[in-house]
Ligand binder design. Structure first.
Ligand code: ZN
Length: 313
């Protein structure tokens, strides 16, 4: 199952290449759409991949497509996070199968990082494996109302004071640091390993995008400062960073600086009456033009700050 799905993107890439090779010469005129450069020069990645975090004995990153989650293997069982299976009906089972390749220990917990389905749909396979699902209390409140069939409700909730899980010699802190990317984000910290897992609030070296829709701009800055004040050295993001690297405190400082610059720039535009347009089309932050997704994602960032400074929301 995993193997055949792993081949699917490559087969698509090959059929795209065959399609372009088959086009007649006149179709090579400049206006002809071309496959993206990356598709020509890099082999497609396997859709599913599990890797060990270097320098940590028992911490792994499971990636499904462009989403990823952390799991920790202890001698008394596994603590998994985020099923990352939105729109992927087999994704939860595939994640459980990947864990079983690493350990025969039972999966004891599944922690939801926040309530967004792209990260937490697919939990049924974990429930079936006997895991207890834990999330922030507001994640449960939202999930109860929406009753998404792919997203089981948490069995236990964490309030704003957070919770510390101890299992098989591993300590995992679930910290609530305020409103930010959503109203239900749990920052997960492994104090001994000096690792944190933070989903969506802190993309590594990238411009945030559509996720800005329910972002809390003012409170997020406070959240980020709280994260910076914690004791950690490396950050696992919920989406792969450039070259799959983990984040550092410098990345977090850079993301905070980006958000502040976006905020200040849009505030000035808003006070000239430029929100929503023309600000969304005009505002540029050239210092960040080389960050992945700059051109595509900047309008979503501008829109959110126009909501704040041009509308009062
Ligand atoms: Zn999210």
């Amino acid at each position: 199952m995993i193997r055949s799905s792993a081949l699917a993107p490559r087969m698509r890439a090959i059929s795209m290449a065959a399609l372009f090779a088959a086009l007649p010469a006149w179709s090579q005129a400049p206006q002809t759409p071309q496959p993206p450069q990356a598709a020509q020069s890099q082999p497609p990645r396997a859709p599913i991949e599990t890797r060990k975090v270097e320098g940590a004995d028992n911490v792994y990153i499971f990636r499904n497509g462009n989403h990823q989650a952390m799991f920790v293997v202890t001698k008394e069982g596994v603590i998994a996070t985020d099923p990352v299976a939105y729109g992927k009906p087999q994704g939860g089972e595939q994640y459980v199968a990947e864990i079983k390749k690493v350990t025969q220990q039972p999966i004891r917990y599944l922690i939801y990082s926040h309530h967004h389905y792209d990260h937490i749909a697919g939990g049924k396979a974990f429930k079936d494996a006997g895991a207890t699902i834990i999330a922030h209390r507001r994640a449960k409140q939202r999930l109860e109302k929406l009753a998404d069939p792919a997203t089981p409700l948490p069995d236990e909730t964490v309030d704003d004071k957070g919770r510390t899980l101890k299992l098989g010699g591993t300590t995992l802190e679930l910290r609530y640091v305020g409103l930010n990317h959503s109203d239900s984000t749990l920052v997960m910290r492994l104090p001994k390993e000096k690792l944190i897992f933070v989903v969506d609030l802190l993309p590594v070296g990238q411009v945030p995008g559509r996720g800005m829709i329910d972002f809390h701009p003012l409170e997020a800055e406070q959240s980020i400062k709280r994260i910076l004040s914690m004791d950690w050295e490396r950050m696992i993001p919920g989406h792969p960073g450039p070259g799959d690297r983990l984040g550092t405190k410098k990345d977090v400082e850079d993301q905070l600086a980006f958000l502040r610059e976006a905020s200040d720039t849009v505030k000035a535009a808003a006070r000239e009456g430029k929100c929503w347009e023309p600000a969304e089309k005009e505002v540029q932050l050239p210092k960040y033009k080389d960050w992945p997704n700059y051109a595509n994602n900047l309008p979503f960032v501008i829109r959110r700050y126009c909501g704040l400074w041009g509308r009062g929301t």
